[in-house]
Design a protein around this ligand. Structure first.
Ligand code: 3DU
Length: 219
């Protein structure tokens, strides 16, 4: 199982410092609006140069196909992967997949990761009732990864059963209170545990990343 660092800090110096300190224990780095809106999309290049890791842009893109296409082009010019919402429907996701195909190559494929059920409390209100259908759609579209919640291990398991061998990217361990032991029973070698605040808000991010890496590598 792999560790994805959610680097949701708001300053370039802090981001680069934490990325460099933790890089030996982190498999891949995820950034999103907090960092990109604060510093600009070029931060992707700087993180990649400093760490030699792949960078995922978690923009949870959720627009019409024409707009999704533009967002994907700007993002995948820099990033290795982009996260989108699935609830907007097939055509919107496929517009992003088309860009990923166009911008990637064999040595450096671009990936599209789709959200099924989110990890926060209110995800049960609107998203959970349709999450299994979203997982089925993710399978049908052969996306490169799906996001599913560590905060609800029973749902994580159900979604994993639907998507089969598509890698799961799972947030909720650490600050959101997800039970890592339960998550480790469900996820496999190709899946990712996302940890953000549990690492970057720790007084020693390097030690925390090392700790999480050790825990997930035991399985
Ligand atoms: O709670 P943490 O600080 O460990 O960060 C979790 C990250 O995963 C954060 O970037 C958040 O935006 C993202 N995420 C969720 O927390 C829940 C989701 O369903 C999808 C992404």
């Amino acid at each position: 199982m792999k560790l994805m660092l959610a680097l949701d800090v708001m300053s370039k110096n802090e981001a680069l410092k934490i990325a460099e300190e933790t890089k030996d224990f982190v498999d891949i780095i995820k950034i999103g609006y907090p960092l990109v809106l604060s510093t600009g999309i070029e931060i992707v290049k700087e993180i990649k140069n400093k760490t030699n890791k792949e960078v995922v842009c978690d923009f949870k893109v959720a627009d019409i196909p024409a707009t999704n296409e533009k967002i994907a082009k700007t993002t995948l010019k820099y990033a290795d992967a982009i996260i989108c919402q699935g609830f907007v429907g097939k055509d919107s996701v496929m517009a992003i997949q088309k860009v990923a195909e166009e911008y990637g190559n064999k040595g450096a494929p671009k990936k599209v990761i789709m959200v099924t059920e989110m990890s926060h409390l209110s995800a049960v209100e609107f998203l959970q009732p349709v999450a299994d259908d979203l997982a089925k759609m993710a399978k049908e579209l052969s996306v490169d990864g799906v996001v599913a919640p560590s905060t609800r291990p029973e749902r994580l398991k159900e979604i994993k059963e639907i998507v089969g061998d598509i890698p799961i990217i799972s947030p909720g361990v650490g600050a959101q209170g997800g039970d890592l032991d339960k998550v480790l029973e469900i996820l496999g070698d190709n899946d990712y545990v996302i940890v953000g605040r549990g690492i970057y808000e720790h007084n020693n991010p390097k030690e925390s990343a090392k700790h999480y890496k050790k825990l997930i590598s035991k399985n």
